[in-house]
Design a protein around this ligand. Structure first.
Ligand code: CP
Length: 317
């Protein structure tokens, strides 16, 4: 184990040294991911369980690709194919997996706090792949990585003073719970921008300023980080309509023109086209959306490698 923590439950439990090490290790793996043969023997003989109890395209597939590229054995479980559908409790499922002596479990769950419960119940390293509307640490790390790469700096000092607006469904987003405090800790000036009905009751706990007025702050931002409207988690109709939301908070051609020269759009995906981003904003080189996806494989290789403590020569063939 090369990090200061056994599990990756959230970015808040990582030291700045851990964060720098994860980003730098991901950079080594990015070079591997450009090779024709993208496989290293580093985690040969280790068993990684992928326990996804909520839908996922990016996190699940990039973790599974990452584990295979490090030669780990990966076993997938989904909510529909596991015994949780027969009523088995989370703790009993965790004890069952523990009895199979797996080395790491990547978990995505509807309920906030599930990864922490597994960490208390299992011997394996637990990696949070997104829990409810709580936290999504590897998304935050890959976002930091993609931004650092785009801006072309090494280390962490280049984050200092960057103006980042995180826009949209702050109340229901697990991404913001990990990303906003991480960027604030790295020295970014983070502003949360959302209609009052999509802002959490106490946004100040995320360590950022906040406002409902996107157009007032947009021209000052270096990074416009758009959150997906979490349609599956909305209760009590917090929006009059998606059309009105898009008019007030969506990035369209006019808002792209209002952005600071050189500013970039980011989005964790999946995008609701025409809601938080108009098609022009999805299909423009001003956004880093696919760079974020690309960074996901290298970051998740780095997290697996650093937690499972593989071979020190990470790029050896
Ligand atoms: N960004 C993200 O977590 O995407 P998935 O839900 O597809 O994993």
């Amino acid at each position: 184990m090369l990090l200061s923590t056994k599990h990756l439950i959230d970015t808040e439990f990582l030291t700045l040294e851990d964060i720098a090490l994860i980003l730098d290790t991901a950079k080594s793996f990015e070079e591997v991911n450009r090779r024709t043969i993208k496989k290293l023997p580093t985690l040969r003989g280790r068993t990684v369980v992928s326990l996804f109890m909520e839908p996922s395209t990016r996190t699940k597939s990039s973790f599974e690709i990452a584990a295979r590229r490090l030669s780990a054995d990966i076993q997938g479980f989904s909510a529909s194919s596991s015994s949780t559908v027969k009523g088995e409790s989370l703790v009993d499922t965790a004890k069952t997996l523990n009895a199979m002596a797996c080395d790491a479990v990547i978990v995505r769950a509807k309920a906030a706090g599930t990864p922490a419960v597994l960490a208390r119940t299992m011997d394996a390293h637990i990696i949070n792949g997104g829990d409810g509307k709580h936290r999504h640490p590897t998304q935050a790390l890959l976002d930091a990585y993609a931004l650092r790469k785009h801006l072309g700096f090494e280390g962490l000092a280049g984050f200092e003073g960057l103006k980042v607006g995180i826009v949209g469904d702050v109340a229901h987003s697990r991404v913001v719970g990990s990303l906003a405090p991480l960027l604030a800790r790295l020295g970014c000036q983070v502003t949360l921008i959302a209609p009052p009905t999509l802002m959490p009751a106490r946004p100040e706990v995320l360590g950022c300023s906040y406002t409902p007025y996107l157009d007032e702050v947009l021209p000052q931002l270096d990074v416009v980080y758009m959150l997906r409207i979490q349609l599956e988690r909305l209760e009590d109709a917090p929006l009059p309509s998606l059309r009105e939301y898009a008019m007030l908070y969506g990035i369209d051609r006019a808002r792209m023109q209002a952005m600071k020269p050189g500013a970039v759009i980011m989005h964790p995906g999946p995008v609701n086209r025409g809601v938080e981003l108009a098609s022009e904003a999805v299909d423009t080189s001003k956004n880093l959306i696919l760079d974020q996806v690309n960074a996901g494989v290298s970051i998740r290789m780095a997290v697996l490698y650093l937690l499972l403590g593989g071979d020190e020569n990470v790029t050896a063939a």
